[in-house]
Ligand binder design. Structure first.
Ligand code: ADP
Ligand code: MG
Ligand code: ZN
Length: 509
């Protein structure tokens, strides 16, 4: 939970308006307009050539893969893709932009009019933890459609590395490896009304992009970056207030916190009789506040004009159709299907679809199991619980998906009790072995001798007359109590199927 949730008093009187601009690096092998490697983490200034260094006379050639990825993302985000879009020069001076301009798109972007559906809080609760309280059906009340104004292609700039703190000691180093990395910029409509909705929009945007495989969306490595625009207006007023743009925020949680801070700050300015200035502000994570970076007067005039060295980008209907065909089942649709297919809670569906790769592995395994629902239980409760206790992610489990299916099948066939399964899992997590080898080695003892079990059952029945009375009085669920007691008396070794059968027989008899 964020430390600085906006106070309800503020939200009764004022309504925040938020729009997000997200830059995403595309996972192409080479850069947008030259053959240099598009690779994060190389030695500085090793992936450069005359084109991405902007040397005079060098000419850009558009990377077809970048267009494929950008178009795939546009389709995944419900955008209308333009048959003909135009690259434009966005002129500004910056040390890590050697050309003096960035190739971008302006009045004819690749795609427009998209949307993402997000579950929404009503604005009075500012927590955003995922839970079953969210309805499962986009389009129903409790869901909100956030418009995407545009999705356009552009290139990234290089990186400046600053050293030292005082004026005299400061040096700036330039790494131009990132120059010319293909980007898409996704601009939302000012449809977002709370920091939580912003967080949810970003989470879903990232998830969709990860499913399409066009980017790794790694915020630490800078392959997904977000600028947040926010203003406030008195509730009931139609006209938007003056916005501030918050830049350089490197996690979704910080963006939520920065928005919360900004909303409070802007309301305070207005309440004390001032005016919110249109400006760019920077988020300082250590202090948990934003600082003014530049005002509107200092804002750039980019003097856009059509890029003369590149022809229009043509997206033919066939090209668009191929991208649409490539589209994987997207996260929300997949959750909805899996909720129905495996009787999942919304929460569990989120866990299982956290990545496309993991969801694929789960579903492939579940299909081979006797009872997929049991696979869910073993995976999420037993294996998931043990991972959580050790602070590990699902993909770090010593027990593989095949091991989980084996455990689920043995349980389902009654060949092991759930206690025995838990014991085997404990060994697995201790030794790092999969479920199979531990099971083979330990081959847990099972009491399948009916007479031996009946003896245990008789003892438990004799020791618990009250519960027997309740059962015979109609409380049939009491059977579970006796099964549990006998299972414990057998030190988890009773054959579960046989035990169930005998307990009912004895109690009814
Ligand atoms: P700019 O030209 O300053 O970049 P844009 O109109 O391109 O502004 O919008 C940039 C982003 O800011 C978009 O995501 C848009 O939805 C959002 N936005 C625009 N006006 C406002 C406002 N008054 N309050 C909050 N967000 C806004
Ligand atoms: Mg902007
Ligand atoms: Zn290059």
């Amino acid at each position: 939970m964020p430390a600085t949730a906006v106070s309800p008093d503020v939200l009764i009187k004022y309504e925040p308006v938020i729009g997000l601009e997200v830059h995403v690096q595309l996972l192409t092998a080479t850069k947008a307009f030259c053959g240099c490697a598009n690779h994060f983490g190389s030695d500085p200034n090793t992936n450069v050539c005359p084109v991405c260094l902007g040397l005079p006379g060098a000419l850009p050639v558009l990377n077809a893969k970048a267009v494929e990825f950008a178009t795939l993302a546009a389709v995944a985000l419900n955008c209308q893709v333009r048959e003909q879009s135009i690259f434009a020069r966005k002129n500004y001076f910056y040390p890590d932009l050697p050309k003096g301009y960035q190739i971008s798109q302006f009045d004819k972007p690749l795609a427009e009019h998209g949307w993402i559906d997000v579950p929404t809080t009503d604005g009075s609760t500012m927590t955003g933890a995922r839970g079953d309280r969210w309805p499962e059906e986009p389009g129903s009340p409790g869901w909100k459609r956030i418009g995407i104004t545009r999705l356009h292609m552009e290139e990234d700039a290089g990186k400046s590395l600053h050293e030292g703190f005082s004026d005299s000691a400061t040096r700036t180093y330039l790494d131009l490896n990132r120059c010319g990395t293909p980007l898409i910029e996704i601009v939302s409509e000012p449809d977002i009304r709370t920091p939580d909705e912003a967080f949810e929009y970003l989470t879903r945007l990232k998830e969709i992009l990860l499913y399409t495989g066009v980017s790794d969306c790694n915020m630490e490595a800078g392959s997904l970056r977000c600028d947040a625009n926010v203003s406030v207006r008195p509730r009931g007023q139609e006209k938007f207030g003056t916005k501030a743009e918050v830049k350089n925020v490197n996690s979704f949680k910080f963006i939520r916190a920065a928005l919360e801070y900004e909303i409070e700050r802007q309301v305070e300015v207005i309440e004390s009789g001032g005016r919110v200035m249109q400006e760019t502000r920077l988020w300082n994570a250590n202090e948990g506040r934003t600082y003014s970076m530049r005002s509107k007067e200092q804002a750039h005039d980019y003097r856009y004009f059509p890029e003369p060295d590149l022809p229009p980008v043509i997206v033919s209907p066939e090209f668009l159709e191929r991208r649409t065909a490539e589209l994987p089942e997207l996260p929300e649709a997949r959750r909805k299907r899996m909720i129905a297919e495996y009787e999942l809670s919304v929460q569990d569906a989120h866990t299982l679809t956290a990545s496309r790769e993991f969801a694929d592995r789960f579903e492939a395994a579940a299909k081979t199991a006797r009872n997929p629902r049991r696979v869910v239980n073993v995976l999420l409760s037993e294996v998931g619980g043990r991972l959580k206790a050790r602070g590990l992610e699902l993909d770090r489990s010593p027990v593989t998906m095949a091991g989980i299916v084996l455990a689920a099948d043995l349980l389902d066939e009654g060949k092991i009790s759930s206690k025995q399964m838990k014991q085997i899992l404990d060994v697995s997590f201790e030794t790092g072995e999969d479920f199979g080898p531990v099971y083979e080695r330990e081959k847990p003892q099972q009491i399948t001798d009916a007479a031996a079990l009946e003896k245990l059952i008789d003892e438990v029945i004799a020791a618990n007359p009250k519960q027997v009375e309740q059962y015979r009085g109609g409380k049939k669920t009491m059977a579970g109590f006796f099964v549990g007691q006998v299972m414990r008396a057998s030190r988890g070794q009773a054959n579960p199927a046989l035990l169930n059968e005998l307990v009912t027989k004895k109690l009814d008899g």
